[in-house]
Design a protein around this ligand. Structure first.
Ligand code: JFZ
Length: 420
């Protein structure tokens, strides 16, 4: 009897190994590492910078198709310096950088063997992706690649999608084996030629080349602001919006510093207050912020954008403890504040004016033992029946966003989400 069941068990184990295809997914540790980074730079760039219109989308719109498709012949951004871009990211306090290796216009910023429509066909003839990868590695910034599955240039995309997907695999193999990206940011999955099956095929292919590479959720057909319901990929990608509080699923909001993804002359830029509030509210909701800049046609980033990023970095230099490697919540961010937590500390990022009071509900099983501004003075608080009341002093340490650290008598990360 025992022998028989042992034999049965051995058979089950053997068949699992030999036949069952256990799909390979990104290890949880890699995703946790990604979510601890909190802040990255998105870069939308290509020959379209010559016109200052939107990348991909202006093809056949503001820029006639024939004209758009020939822009690369005069794309010569001689002032491009990968170290300068990476320094701008580092000075901003960003931990990773994502470049549009290929956007919807089909132009490739690296010397691919799969199509002549790439940077080597331009007068510039330099491997933009390779230079950025090297500069990132040198400066301790994680290098990531944006790659769209939608291609409005290559006729195969619509007419022979199977062939197109094979070409895509060859391109991805080049990108992964040459540049070793930390994360791949897919896009363009909403059009008809693309299917969830293709998405799964590409996901599995990527995983066969590098199990650890983090993959966003725009490979399937579902709604990308969330995970599940048809999306394929590791993390959710709300776009031009601060994601909703979610400390269970990994997510990253992508938001532009101006309005357009690609460079636009005199585009309206966000104020420092808007930039910091965006970052802090994303972190308070438990997500990463992929903040986008569009470099100019000569290869430089706009000085005002670099300066704004530097200001964000100065704020992070002081308050980074409450952003990097933290968990969002337990309250949903609102116009008054955003909360994060790590260990016994609950961090309140305060937007409201000096002199006001902050009301918090009771923290379930935990009590506040001490309250003080991060790297600053103690803050007065009292526990009442309804909750905790914090009185802000007449002057706040930071006019845009001061951080109050509440020391609890236990691990703040164990708190359930609490309605304010
Ligand atoms: C996509 C890109 O199209 C856009 O250019 C940029 O790269 C951004 C990060 O990602 O944004 C979208 C995605 C979907 C639609 C529009 C823009 N859509 O479905 O209309």
């Amino acid at each position: 009897m025992l022998k028989k069941s042992l034999l049965k068990l051995a058979c089950i184990l053997l068949s699992c190994q030999a036949f069952a295809q256990i799909p390979v997914t990104t290890p949880k540790a890699a995703l946790n590492d990604f979510m601890a980074q909190r802040f990255g730079m998105f870069i939308h760039w290509g020959p379209v910078a010559l016109r200052g219109t939107e990348i991909g989308w202006s093809r056949g719109g503001e820029v006639p198709t024939g004209e758009y498709d020939n822009l690369y012949k005069e794309f010569n951004p001689v002032l491009f310096n990968a170290d300068h871009w990476v320094k701008a990211a580092r000075d901003a306090g960003m931990k990773y950088l994502t470049i549009t290796a290929k956007h919807h216009d089909g132009f490739c910023l690296w010397p691919t063997a799969q199509t002549p429509y790439n940077i080597m066909g331009s007068p510039f003839k330099r491997d933009v992706v390779g230079e950025l990868a090297a500069a990132c590695r040198k400066n301790g910034i994680k290098f990531c690649i944006y790659f769209t599955v939608l291609d409005w240039y290559d006729a195969d995309y619509k007419n022979d999608t199977h062939k197109f997907v094979n070409k895509m695999k060859a391109e991805l193999k080049e990108l992964i084996t040459k540049y070793h990206p930390y994360m791949l940011w897919f896009d363009g999955n909403w059009e008809k030629p693309w299917t969830k099956e293709y998405g799964e095929e590409i996901y599995n292919y990527v995983k066969s080349l590098d199990r650890n590479v983090v993959v966003n959720n725009r490979l399937g057909k579902g709604k990308h602001p969330e995970l599940g319901n048809g999306t394929v990929g590791d993390y959710a990608t709300p776009e031009q919006a601060i994601g909703a509080l979610n400390v269970k699923d990994p997510w990253e909001s992508c938001i532009t510093i101006c309005n357009q993804w690609a460079w636009k002359p005199n585009d309206k830029m966000k104020s420092l207050r808007q930039c910091i509030e965006t970052l802090v509210k994303v972190a308070g909701g438990g997500g990463n912020l992929l903040f986008n800049v569009g470099p100019m046609l000569d290869g430089r980033m706009e000085a005002r954008q670099v300066a704004r990023l530097k200001e964000m970095g100065q704020w992070l230099n002081k308050y980074g403890e409450s952003i990097y490697g933290t968990m969002g919540g337990p309250f949903a961010p609102d116009s008054a504040m955003a909360a994060t937590r790590k260990g016994n500390k609950l961090y309140l990022h305060v937007f409201s004016k000096a002199g006001q009071t902050i009301h918090l509900p009771q923290l379930e099983h935990l009590k506040v033992q001490k309250a003080s501004f991060l790297k600053g003075q103690p803050v007065s608080f009292r526990e009442e029946k309804e909750g905790i009341v914090i009185t802000l002093p007449a002057e706040k340490p930071d006019s845009i966003c001061s951080v109050i650290a509440l020391e609890l008598n236990g691990n703040a990360e164990t708190l359930p989400l609490i309605k304010k």
